[in-house]
Write a protein that binds this ligand. Structure first.
Ligand SMILES: Nc1ncnc2c1ncn2[C@@H]1O[C@H](COP(=O)(O)OP(=O)(O)OP(=O)(O)O)[C@@H](O)[C@H]1O
Ligand SMILES: [Zn+2]
Length: 629
């Protein structure tokens, strides 16, 4: 192939390519393109890992996969297809998650370079941490629609994936979801939680029943309502939702009446909630069915069906049909196993669309089409094959630079839909942004401040919601500094007795320091705990990566911002980022795009000598949070 002909590459590069060992993490939209580029440019020692199997919906853009591959391992099929381009390449495929303990520092150290083509933060953060520890250069990439981003992460030289705060993945207070939804998304989140309660892995923080502890309702009000209901009914049925649903054989009518009539009536008894809001209107199965004949059937071709906003009657029918199908699917699994919600699973999606619309109608919230609900429930930004191809091309060209150790030429690059005033649609940052010395991952002594209600937050919540879901650890061990006591152990079962205790009961109070260690990531973090009383709509905890930002205002003003600190260019602007988990960092944010477009940067990133920007500013100092589609 052309890339192996002498003279195509500058001197020495061809040899470096041949001698290098590359790891590609993810064989999805960008991963397939990267793998093809690697084999076509002469890389011979490649490993690729992906945990997933091929879905029909991947075929339009993940061109290494064809119809006959549906259901097979992405990594294995990607390997086979790529070998047809260059049978001399040596490709090893792993059908596995990169976050398991099979892939520790020793595994990473074997590579000259790692190329990420992932779609989630947890895996990106994990690879970031391992590449930092193993001191292997990592090229991080992502796309979101027409926007793409490629950046080099190199220990001590550049920002890491976690140097600056990520835009919060939008979550909603539990009481809004359970008691007082006001937007379609609240009903969609509730419906997804309900799916998990009935068929999936039910998490404690995904309860869908009325929240009697809602501070706005007033504790006594909730309690009084509970007692009132208890008296009226003789008892209050508070059994686990799944157990109850199984007992009534997933009877659609009974489940409908419980969720949309009994529970809503119950919410109405929490009268404080409805002083300044329109109260919900309970819906009963029989009453809904009375209108059934007047309504046209919701079936028809799937495209038309997807675009249509279903009525209450149609939603109720879809609710009943999808419950039956999901019950059947659950029944086929081994005992104790559960379904996993997937936007591409017809019945799971039908169920969520139906429940979200029924609840929306009850709360007088606009209903949405199945298509709209699917986008919102799946946080979907359509994947554009061309953006993936361009992005993957840049990834491999950056890999050339890394092999030649020309790190200074590896500025972060953005792919845009429209050209900027300099006629660029592939726009590099002006400079390489150095690491944030206060980064809670790559700093010499990583530390954060954690503000939370120590009287309320439990050890389990500390582990699941904060350390795992927010700080992206996999298997944390936690010690209370000074007391030498183990709060959380990564050994299964060892500290289960602590799980339900509040932090205060574990003697973790204002000012305490927790020493956290994740052996899978070779990552240690010191957490200073500060107590706060959260309000109703406030997040239950807040993580501040830079302890100085808690200083009084005057003190803050005196301190001089240093390059690469959280007050470095770009960082402050990065805080209020778009809420989607897959929104690309620095791209979906209009402000950030404007900064980039102002820049008078390199003519084209494929040029060897990138011109220095004279006017522009570094467009962002934050890493990608985007999806590799
Ligand atoms: N922990 C992980 N280990 C290995 N591979 C992972 C991990 N997390 C995600 N991936 C893989 O990264 C790839 C990301 O590619 P992409 O964004 O195109 O996702 P997709 O699932 O193929 O597409 P879509 O989400 O649009 O349906 C996926 O193939 C996914 O399986
Ligand atoms: Zn960092």
């Amino acid at each position: 192939m052309a890339a192996q002909i002498d003279g195509v590459f500058e001197s020495g590069l061809q040899q470096k390519i041949k001698e290098s060992k590359v790891l590609v993490v993810g064989a999805g939209g960008i991963g397939c393109e990267i793998l093809k580029n690697l084999v076509l440019t002469g890389f011979q020692d490649i490993e690729i890992i992906d945990l997933d199997t091929i879905d029909v919906s991947n075929l339009n853009r993940q061109f290494l996969f064809h119809k006959e591959h549906v259901g097979k391992s992405k990594a294995n099929v990607a390997r086979e297809s790529a070998l047809t381009f260059n049978p001399n390449a040596n490709i090893k495929a792993y059908h596995d998650s990169i976050t398991t303990n099979n892939y520790g520092v020793n595994f990473f150290q074997r590579f000259s370079i790692v190329l990420n083509a992932l779609d989630n933060r947890a895996a990106r953060s994990h690879v970031n941490r391992l590449c930092l520890t193993a001191d292997v250069p990592l090229i991080e990439s992502g796309t979101a629609g027409y926007n793409g981003q490629v950046e080099l992460i190199k220990r001590g030289l550049t920002t890491c994936y976690e140097c600056f705060p990520q835009p919060a993945q939008k979550t909603f207070p539990g009481c809004t979801i359970r008691n007082t939804p006001s937007e379609p998304i609240h009903c969609i989140v509730w419906a997804k939680h309900l799916f998990n309660q009935l068929f999936g892995e039910s998490a404690e923080d995904e309860d869908v029943s009325p929240d009697t502890a809602d501070p706005e309702a007033g504790a006594e009000v909730g309690q009084a309502a509970l007692e009132k209901e208890a008296n009226e009914k003789g008892n209050v049925d508070r059994v686990n939702t799944r157990t109850w649903a199984k007992e009534c054989q997933y009877d659609a009518e009974k489940i409908f009446n419980k969720l949309f009539f009994d529970d809503i009536k119950y919410l109405l008894t929490m009268s404080n909630l409805w002083k300044n809001r329109n109260p919900p209107k309970p819906a009963k199965w029989d009453t809904v069915q009375e209108n059934a004949n007047e309504e046209e059937d919701a079936t028809g071709d799937s495209v038309a069906r997807d675009q249509k906003v279903l009525s209450m009657v149609q939603s109720a029918k879809l609710f009943a049909d999808s419950i039956k199908a999901l019950e059947l699917a659950l029944g086929k699994l081994p005992d104790g196993d559960h379904l996993v919600w997937d936007k591409d699973d017809k019945d799971a999606m039908d169920f969520v669309a139906a429940c979200a619309n029924i609840r929306a109608q009850i709360f007088d919230i606009p209903r949405k089409s199945r298509f709209e609900i699917k986008s919102m429930a799946g946080n979907i930004i359509p994947a554009i094959a061309t953006t993936n191809a361009i992005t993957a091309g840049i990834v491999v060209m950056r890999a050339f630079r890394v092999l030649q150790q020309e790190y200074e030429k590896c500025k972060t690059v953005y792919v845009r839909l429209r050209v900027n005033p300099q006629n660029q649609f592939i726009v590099p940052d002006r400079t390489i942004i150095p690491p944030n010395p206060k980064c809670y991952v790559c700093a010499a002594k990583p530390e954060v401040v954690l503000k939370l209600d120590t009287k309320k937050l439990t050890v389990r919540e500390l582990r699941d919601d904060i350390l795992i879901k927010t700080l992206n650890m996999i298997s944390p061990d936690v010690m209370l500094d000074g007391a030498n006591s183990i709060v959380i152990s990564s050994e299964e079962g060892e500290t289960d007795c602590n799980n339900a205790k509040t932090l205060e009961e574990m003697k973790i109070v204002d000012g305490c320091i927790l020493k956290v260690d994740d052996f899978l990531q070779n990552y240690e973090l010191s957490i200073t705990v500060l107590h706060k009383d959260p309000g109703r709509e406030e997040a239950p905890f807040e993580i501040v990566a830079d302890a100085d930002s808690l200083k009084p205002k005057e003190a803050e003003e005196e301190s001089t911002p240093s390059a690469g600190s959280s007050s470095a260019p770009g960082a402050a602007d990065d805080a209020p980022q778009p809420s989607t988990s897959k929104g690309i960092n620095g791209s979906a944010n209009g402000k950030k795009i404007a900064q980039i477009q102002d820049s008078d940067d390199d003519l084209c990133i494929v040029e060897d000598e990138e011109q220095e920007n004279v006017e522009g500013r570094p467009s962002t100092s934050k890493p990608s949070t985007s999806k590799a589609s």
